[in-house]
Ligand binder design. Structure first.
Ligand SMILES: [Fe+2]
Length: 148
């Protein structure tokens, strides 16, 4: 079966935009979090950043592999991302956890829908996004477990 580059590329592009935004958000939280749980949260947010960056690289490279040019430019991400803006300035540890969990839930829900769509389009891309979703789900669990 020949890959529908437009359709599969579109699913990858939407995933890329969300992951780039999530990686920037995780770093923003890493820098601005404060409170009694600062140190461990600061480190956990960097683990999230690293995993999301690895995932977005795989997603973008799958796109170009099938012949779809990934667009990870700041302006594109700002325009297309469904994630709400992360608040400006310092953020309390418990608030940071809530904000991150909300975003991990949103990204996870959207990946889950995309995985269903890809069932009929491209199983290799579907498999890639399943791996990404497993990582997002795991991070969501690890942040949610810290909610007061
Ligand atoms: Fe750092």
């Amino acid at each position: 079966m020949k890959i529908d580059v437009g359709k599969v590329g579109h699913e990858l592009q939407d995933s890329l935009v969300e992951l780039v935004d999530l990686s920037l958000t995780a770093k923003q939280a890493h820098w601005n979090v404060h409170g009694p749980n600062f140190k461990s949260l600061h480190e956990q947010l960097d683990e999230l950043t690293n995993d999301v960056r690895a995932a977005m690289d795989e997603v973008a490279e799958r796109a170009i592999t099938i012949g779809y040019a990934p667009d990870g430019r700041a302006a594109t991400v700002a325009k297309a991302s469904p994630l709400h803006d992360f608040p400006e300035g310092p953020v309390r540890d418990q608030d940071a956890i809530t904000l991150i969990v909300e975003r991990l839930m949103l990204v996870g829900d959207r990946l889950r829908e995309r995985i269903d769509t890809l069932d009929q389009l491209d199983l290799v891309t579907q498999d890639l996004l399943i791996g990404v979703l497993a990582a997002i789900d795991k991070h969501r669990w690890m942040f949610a477990a810290r909610q007061a």
